[in-house]
Structure formats: C-alpha cells, structure tokens
Design a protein. Structure first.
Length: 380
C-alpha cells in the first residue's frame, strides 16, 4: 500500500513537472510568435531567426499542419495576385485572405517568416488557384513564374513613337512615359557623358530589343530595364573604342542614330557611317535627311513621325537638329539605334566617300566627289 502511494506521488510529480514544461514551452512559443507577428507588421523590418526561434516557430507551425495543408473550399479558379515592390508579409497575407486564397493571414505570415520569404518575395503578378493549400501558395510565390508578356522595341524609333506603341499595347501611359524620358531621374554613368547643352532626354539610350516584362510593370521600371540593357549591351570596350576614335559615347550614339535611320541594307551601315564621319572630320555639313525629319516632328497630314521631305524642307525646317543649316552633329540622338549601327560607327568602313544617294531598292550609290554624286542623282 505504501509503495502504491509512493508510485502515485511520483506520477503526480511527473505530471506536474510535465505541465510546467509544457506551460513554459507554450509561453516561449507564444512569446516568439507574438514577437515575429509584431515584427512582420513593421514595414522594412528584417528579423533574423535564431536557431531557438526557428525551432519554436517550427513547433508551432507543425501543430498547425492541418491548417497549412488543407486547401480552402474553392473550385480551382485562377486568381491573379500582385506583389508590389516593398510590400511586407503582413500586407501580402491580408490581400490573399481577402481574395479567398488563404483562410488565416497571420498563419500564412508566420509560414513566410519561417521560410525566410517575408522580405524576399519578387514583386510582380502571380497566377494562383483558389483551392491551393497554404503550403502550395508559399511554393508558388517562391518559385512560381510571374505573369509576363513579351514586347519588341524595334530599332530606329524616336521616343514619342515608342511611347505611342507601348501605350497602344497597354503597357504604359503615353504622357507619363514621355515625361519620364524627359526627366533627369535616372542616374547611369553613360548618361553623364551628355554635354550640358544636350536636350534633357533619354533619346537614343532606350535600347531596342525584345523584352519580357511583368504585366503590371511601371513606366519607371520599364525605362530603367531598357537603360540597364543599354549599359550591358554597349560594353566598356565599345565605349573605349569610341574614345580611341576621337568620339565620346554620346557623339558615337548620335551618329549611330542617323545611320540607323538611313541604312536599309545591313552591309551598308559601316559605309554610311564612314560618310558621316568623313564629313564631320572635314568640317562639311552632314546634310542628313533624318535629322530634318526629326526636327520637323509629327506630320499631321501624313500621320507620320518620319514624313517624306520636300526640297524646301531641307533648308526651311527651323530646328537645331537640321544638319542642312547647322554644322556639326545635331544636339543629340534622333532615335534609338540598334547594336549594329553603334558598331558601324565604332568600326566604320575605310572609305573617302562624302556622298550617297538612294537607288530605290534600299541600297545606296556612294561617291567621293560632288560631281560623282550629281551623276548618281541623275542615274537613280
């Protein structure tokens, strides 16, 4: 009987000790959960999980495993969800709860915190389903493909054309895009090369290429992506090559923009570049028709940015870009040249040509003297 009492006492003592341990553990879990929840509510807060914190949070999430793995009562419908730049886990979780993707925003926030994703979700648009378990939602946000579309910006477009095209395709607001192009809000080393007298514009630096953008990309981020592409594609070696040829990058880009508008046959780009470089070095007016077109601007009658010119236009279009009436280079690029035109200026053909005239089939006839040029004009 006495042994039974001792055994019963030991059991009661064990249970009491176990209760204390569980109580302390629960208190620790509650404390850390509350701390992590509180930190998640503060935008920009970054809390590193210690081993103890991670263990405690893992225990708590394991206790909530059914809630994490049980999908909500949806029908599998696709739901587009946007993650905005700078958003924290609390905001994202609340939005997902409102959309019916998850049933417990606080639990989802803690799950993101456990996996270290509360500050590392890529901004953009994601496609989720309304019957995904919470764990799968986390995986989709971690590894899922952003909703995106491709867009091709072709060579030779002036900024206004680019703005109109992007607006017509639903990417940006046209006026906002142009406003940003003419703003001095982007800071890249290659933009510092522009002389103080140059127009405050990104004309020429919006690199033409095929891009894949998030469907909700902002005009600012879109432009910044194009500038980053320019910085990558126009290499340090190419910029040094321009300097070795006696040109700043800005001057080389300006000439390349003229070559881009003149050249139709790819093989002629270095030859056309040589003509303008030869004229520039000899102090001869460039007399480039595209610069007059650029100076003339949008032609209402034809509905074109690059209208056909009359002989009178060449001398009467009053613009600093008109290289028939102003010596030297125009104030800046007249379009966004492609890489081939830039390389043509950096590695021009070695010629003595000073003139060329269109043959009518896309190619040109080149001449060293004005007399030869007149003969080519009569012929073509």
């Amino acid at each position: 009987m006495k042994g039974t009492k001792h055994a019963g006492g030991r059991i009661l003592l064990f249970l009491a000790a176990l209760a204390v341990i569980l109580g302390v553990a629960a208190g620790i879990v509650y404390f850390f959960v509350q701390q992590i929840r509180a930190s998640a509510l503060q935008p920009g807060t970054q809390v590193d999980l210690s081993s103890l914190e991670r263990t405690v949070l893992g225990i708590y999430l394991n206790l909530r495993r059914d809630d994490i793995e049980t999908p909500p009562p949806g029908d599998g419908a696709s739901v587009a969800v946007s993650v905005l730049p700078g958003e924290n886990a609390a905001t994202i979780a609340a939005r997902l709860e409102r959309l019916g993707i998850i049933g417990d925003a606080e639990l989802f926030r803690l799950l993101l915190r456990y996996w270290g994703l509360d500050q590392n979700l890529e901004a953009g648009d994601y496609s989720l389903r309304d019957n995904m378990p919470m764990s799968e939602v986390v995986l989709q946000l971690r590894h899922g493909r952003l909703l995106a579309r491709t867009v091709t910006i072709r060579e030779g477009l002036r900024a206004e054309e680019m703005a109109h095209y992007l607006a017509s395709e639903g990417w940006v607001d046209q006026e906002q895009f142009i406003g940003l192009v003419r703003d001095d809000a982007f800071h890249y080393d290659f933009l510092r090369d522009r002389p103080a007298s140059a127009p405050a514009t990104l004309e020429g630096f919006l690199f033409p290429d095929t891009y894949e953008f998030s469907v909700s990309i902002s005009a600012t981020l879109l432009i910044d992506t194009m500038l980053k592409n320019f910085d990558r594609r126009v290499t340090i070696e190419m910029r040094q090559q321009a300097l070795d040829n006696g040109l700043t990058l800005f001057e080389a880009l300006t000439i390349a923009s003229i070559v881009e508008r003149e050249a139709v046959v790819a093989e002629e780009r270095p030859v056309i570049a040589s003509v303008y470089l030869n004229r520039l070095r000899r102090g001869i007016y460039l007399e480039a028709d595209p610069t007059v077109q650029y100076g003339k601007g949008y032609d209402v009658a034809s509905g074109r940015w690059w209208p056909q010119l009359t002989a009178g236009d060449l001398r009467t279009v009053d613009s600093p870009f008109n290289t028939y009436i102003h010596p030297g280079l125009p104030p800046g690029p007249i379009c966004s040249p492609g890489l081939a035109s830039i390389q043509a200026v950096l590695q021009p053909a070695q010629t003595d040509y000073l003139f060329f005239v269109a043959k009518g089939d896309g190619s040109h006839a080149f001449a060293e003297t004005f007399e030869e040029h007149l003969e080519n004009q009569a012929r073509y």
